[in-house]
Design a protein around this ligand. Structure first.
Ligand code: F3S
Ligand code: FES
Length: 260
């Protein structure tokens, strides 16, 4: 049995609009319909100029993150019935902490730049024998790393993190949980390469353990726990003398300074 729901959407086209504004669309919604289905109905039947990203429609591609009734979520995994207000409204805004491009689409560039900064891949040195370095992880540890690998790059954690809102340089939860995934992998030897971006003032220490990222992750990744373990690892490396103390982003030394 369908019902009419009012979709209130923040719209903005930089070629035409001085600032964002609200547009309202009545949408006929059936039981089980998702917010993404409602948006598609608007674009197909009411206003073809509405911009939003979506692809898989099943929580896999991570394209359709947006703020739905005040909280960042995937539109394809959010049923209208679960979020519609008592007044019959669903309010949609673009993700936070990223520049608006058009309507519900944001500029992902800083997100991907920060992701690349933590060198998110295995960096093994020369192969070692099993005796030198056992490759078999305890099941619980494997499960943690495997969970961190479930990230779909939806930017929802980035949007919900209050530190990303006040410090544009902060790496953010997604880059940090990816660093965790590789730093704790026994096949990896990339700690020295990742130490500077992770330990400088825009790295892991900037996280204030608010748990917003963990609470909002659509894949249920325990992001905050991973970041806390990363911090403990960084302290261990510092105290053991494995790594130097950095206080500024990515220190650069001239040849004169290093030779004096
Ligand atoms: Fe941000 Fe998550 Fe830390 S929301 S403050 S990265 S716990
Ligand atoms: Fe792919 Fe929602 S459309 S995650």
């Amino acid at each position: 049995m369908g019902s009419d729901v009012l979709f209130q959407v923040m719209r903005y086209d930089p070629r035409r609009d001085v600032e964002p504004y609200w547009a309202e669309y009545p949408v006929a919604v059936d039981d089980g319909d998702t917010v993404l289905m409602g948006l598609m109905r608007i674009r197909e039947d009411i206003d073809g100029s509405l911009a939003f990203r979506a692809s898989c429609r099943s929580g896999i591609c991570g394209s359709d993150g947006m703020v739905i009734n005040g909280r960042s979520r995937l539109a394809c995994k959010t049923q209208v019935a679960a979020v519609v207000s008592d007044r019959g409204r669903v309010v949609l805004e673009p993700l936070r902490n990223l520049r608006y491009v058009k309507d519900l689409v944001v500029d992902q560039t800083p997100f991907w730049q920060k992701f690349r900064r933590v060198e998110p891949y295995l960096m093994p040195e020369e192969p070692r024998s099993a005796a030198e370095r056992p490759m078999v992880l305890p099941q619980a540890e494997f499960d943690r790393l495997s969970k961190a690998s479930d990230c779909i790059f939806c930017e929802i954690c980035y949007s919900e993190c209050p530190i990303n809102g006040v410090d544009r340089g902060f790496l953010g939860p997604q880059a940090l949980i990816k660093a965790f995934r590789f730093e704790f992998d026994p096949r990896d030897d990339g700690a020295a390469a990742r130490y500077a971006p992770l330990s400088n003032v825009e790295g892991a220490w900037r996280c204030r353990t608010t748990f917003n990222c963990t609470d909002s992750c659509p894949k249920g990744i325990p992001i905050t726990e991973g970041i806390q373990r990363l911090k403990r690892k960084l302290v261990g490396e510092l105290l053991s003398g494995m790594q130097p103390a950095y206080r500024t982003p990515m220190p650069v030394e001239s040849p004169e300074e290093t030779s004096s």
